[in-house]
Design a protein around this ligand. Structure first.
Ligand code: SF4
Length: 355
């Protein structure tokens, strides 16, 4: 059982973050925010995949206008991601943003004050995103490099600045593309503050490298009770970030959403195309939200036994396979109907579990 570090609670829209509430999954659209239709379509896909808060880049006034239109058409909290120009942050707040993400290091202090005032008036939170590229000069002089300690000190300075203005709806993130630095930074930060933390490994990479880096860093921190929300960054369609995020949460035992597919690596005993089969099953179950353990195994000899803990599963034979529940045979099925039979059975089970 993970003992989560106690943090303050904030709300992004109606989604609570911190204070022991469930760790929240976020992602970011990669459409042009000025393209309202495409962005709305991607937000819908993200929401369907289980994303709970969506962040949108707001690089100019046209994007801020579109942000307002988009906000009116969705019921999921939206965060405006702003760099440099405080006026864009204020515009996004006026257009109904549920939160703002800024990097105080790349905004003039006078502008930052205006943003804090506007967020305070709108009663929305601000994420302080600290970044090695925009560290204060004094800190660079003191530490010589953007070290983990320097980044954490920068975050704490920003927190004090916000607090001095009477603002405390804060969450914090520290950007690093290194797994070890990310871990060190968040561990240090969590000792120094009890504001909620937004975890993430920045520029994590492709599906494989990004998933591995994010899983290690975010998974490790979550297991230590650190982190209230996170985004998995991948150079992939953002829906895949959400899928990986839920797999991380499932693996550390914090949240279980949707089917857990267990499948064997195949070996010389396998006589069916298990790779295609498991892909078909995964696709067919993508809209299921109930946690059901589903096994897709390569052979009838060892499959059902090896996947005894699965709620339901199939195992391939030669030209046919079997459907099994908790390791026990239910029926024999022709190979071409195996995936569909399993999908139907899981959907039936979900209906029963909902009753
Ligand atoms: S389930 Fe069968 S095919 Fe799959 S790894 Fe085990 S023995 Fe090999």
């Amino acid at each position: 059982m993970i003992k989560r570090k106690k943090t303050k609670r904030i709300y992004v829209g109606d989604v609570p973050i911190g204070d022991g509430t469930p760790v929240v999954v976020q992602s970011m659209t990669n459409t042009d925010t000025r393209d309202v239709e495409a962005t709305l379509e991607q937000i819908k896909q993200l929401k369907d995949a289980g994303c709970e808060i969506v962040r949108l880049a707001v690089p100019d006034e046209e994007a801020a206008e579109s942000f307002g239109k988009i906000k009116q058409s969705v019921d999921i909290p939206l965060i405006a991601d702003i760099h440099f120009d405080h006026r864009l942050a204020i515009m996004a707040i006026e257009k109904g943003a549920d939160g703002i993400r800024i990097n105080p290091g790349n905004m003039k202090k006078s502008g930052l004050k205006e943003v804090i005032k506007a967020a305070k008036q709108a009663s929305i939170p601000i994420r302080i995103g600290v970044n090695a590229g925009s560290l204060e000069k004094e800190l660079l002089d003191k530490y010589h490099h953007p070290t983990v300690e320097a980044l954490v000190e920068s975050a704490i300075r920003s927190i004090r600045f916000f607090e001095d203005m009477g603002f405390d709806k804060i969450k914090i993130s520290i950007k690093s593309s290194s797994v070890l630095d990310t871990i060190k930074a968040y561990e240090l930060l969590s000792e120094k503050t009890d504001y909620p933390l937004h975890l993430g490994v920045t520029e994590a990479g492709t599906l494989i490298s990004g998933t591995v880096k994010s899983s290690i860093a975010i998974g490790y921190l979550l297991l230590k009770g650190i982190g209230d929300t996170f985004r998995v960054s991948l150079t992939r369609p953002p829906v895949e970030e959400v899928k990986v995020a839920y797999e991380i949460l499932r693996a550390v035992g914090l949240r279980k959403v949707g089917p857990e597919i267990i499948s064997c690596p195949t070996c010389g005993r396998c006589q069916i195309d298990l790779f295609s089969l498991v892909e078909e099953v995964e696709k067919g179950l993508s809209d299921i939200k109930t946690p059901i353990k589903v096994a897709v195994m390569g052979c009838v000899v060892n499959g059902p036994g090896e996947a005894k803990e699965a709620d339901i599963g199939i195992a391939g034979g030669k030209g046919n396979g079997i459907l099994f529940k908790k390791g026990k045979l239910l029926k024999k099925v022709p190979e071409h109907l195996l995936a569909q039979t399993l999908i139907q059975e899981v959907k039936r089970m979900e209906q029963e579990m909902r009753r």
